[in-house]
Design a protein around this ligand. Sequence first.
Ligand code: NAD
Length: 713
Amino acid sequence: MAVESGEEMAETVTFAREGALAVLSIDNPPVNALSRSVIEGLIAGFDLFEKDGSADGLIIRCAGRTFVAGGDIALFDNPAFSAEPLNALLDRIAASSRPVVGVLFGTVLGGGLELALACHGRIAAEGTAFGMPEIRLGLIPGSHGTQRLPRLVGLAEAARMISTGEAIGTEKALEIGLIDRIADPMDGAAIADFVGYVASRGRPEPAPLQGRADQEVLDGLRKTAAGKPQEPAYRAVAEALAAAIERPFAEGAAIEADWFARLVPSVPARAQRHLFFAERAAASIPDLPKESPTRSVEQVGILGAGTMGTGIALSFALAGFEVILSDTEQSAIDRAFEGLSDALGAFVRRGRLSDEAAKTTLARIEGAVGAAALASSDLVVEAVFEDMELKLAVARELGSLCNPGAIIATNTSTLDVNAIAAATGRPGDVIGTHFFSPAHIMRLLEVVRGKSTAPDVLQTILRTARRIGKTVVVSGVCYGFIGNRMAEVYMRESEAMQLEGASPQDIDRVIEDPAFLGMSMGPSRMLDMAGVDVGARTVIEWVASGAGPRDPAYRALCRRMYETGRHGQKSGLGYYLYEGRKALPDPDHSALCTGLAAELGIARRKHFPEEEIFERLFFPMVNEAALILEEKIAYRGSDIDVAWTSGYGFPRWRGGPLFMADEIGLARIVTGMEHYAARGGDPYGYWSVAPLLRRLAEEGGRISKWTSQGGRP
Ligand code: NAD
């Protein structure tokens, strides 16, 4: 059956008879998403089934590697989108007098699971994953999932799946009654037998839902929703599930439909759709064909077994790589292995890893003293101290000792990857892999492409990153790359305002307040945790190198804090005073700011409006992002949003700094920049508007959608 889809005729759903049964088969690669053509095909196919009175029942199944893995997310941005046609079909399936069964395998998610829920019985292959991930897109299931799932598996399990978006496996699905049987989807006899069973059992009455335990579940959902006022999908989950237990199906379905229609065009849902596509786009590089050759990576060597080296080693070992972790002293290796055991122990305690898997993972990591042990590695990641002389020495050593063809990666946060590459004597083999701390947990990997990095090296690292479960963003070479370069202006303004009289807690509060931004941590708490000494040393080196700002007041605060031993949480003193992990306001910090301001001739004032704090932190970050795009350090605006949401705790429901900037309006940001430039005189050009930002503001363009249209960074 050919089904019309837009301009083309697409053969995405076929209807056939197999003996006494009818079969609807979906074939819409890669994941059988519910595109318009699939929905129309299912409707037309179901019409044929209804006309064909001789079939005893209907099987819905899929070709390829999975049952329907979800809706077609791109459809949601079409103003004409409506869930109604699919929902009407699901009601017809559910009401059919002859049995309809779903044959499930692969990933049965979102709309795919809702299709399966409308069937009268579900049979699934071993290893199938079932989930309702809509909440991660700022949505709720919109095709009766909030009504059918609790009626099938009970409120508590349904609430868990819908409010977390986490998938469950086949065993669990069988245990809670989401599926009826486990069988091989290719086993025709087992499936025919199952259809007979579904026909004979009739429609089991769903268990009554009202009860004390249910009330507790609903209270929990409402509490979560109250804590996330910026994310209305959580309230929608609570209300739609409450309707499922308190009202008839049709009324519950209407409540779900009402919420779904309101959520689809809402900012948090648009923001998360933006990130969904942004994360996929980030791994595609304009001048690197998808099928570019790669090098083989099986054994990974890590040089430097400190905080980062240990986390990086664990990331690779968790994904099944053989790892050699090397440092200059046995004591460093011993410390690293203590850290590895602790981290794996935490995974086991949280149920993320079995004891057995933790042991196997640890056994994949071998400790070694000296770099020579890395000679046979296919990929070597250096994570030694952030010191250019040391990095260059290590690069020279690795360049001569690594196998020809081996990839040499540097985990530097700010240093010049091109200079490090040159020192190896084989710059084509060199690339930057900027992991985030803790490296085995944080999703972001900022890949730094040097001017000589070979295409197969870049391609290999992108593939390897996927194997270890990282979200990648590719950056060109500049101070701080994409993320830390933007963070630098943010820290600069945070410290400038502290010298002018704002307290670290005033600033952090604004940045952590979801009404302004909703970052997980404000700038001062963040640097206190990362180490003021680490940050300050980097700034000092940057300024000393002559490449940094000439402003004598430039980040003078953290430099002074470094000199006076206020190194952050680990020293008990930083921007805050620490009692354990608890950050308290510190009068000595305030005195230090007052003294430093007097030395630098900076006038202090008492009152800092929240609006000013927000604008002075956020607007220059957006401006810096525009410079990063103009300089082709990043390929796309959306890559920058991926970096900040996956690596810096920027809230996903804001879509990243550039999506947020677009929502605020670029013209307002330009005006704000001009206002602060005029007010302070701007001797160092901190507030001069990037030409790209000005142009997009004038044209009404969106910076989160901007791309450099190819070309090397
Ligand atoms: P760290 O001080 O915890 O560890 C550095 C390790 O390197 C130490 O164990 C040291 O003994 C070892 N080392 C020094 N010289 C060596 C040599 N010649 N051969 C072998 N080992 C040597 O530092 P870290 O925080 O893990 O940082 C490492 C790198 O990662 C730096 O470039 C840093 O900028 C970067 N980085 C750090 C973070 C972070 O949050 N800590 C985040 C991203 C990137």
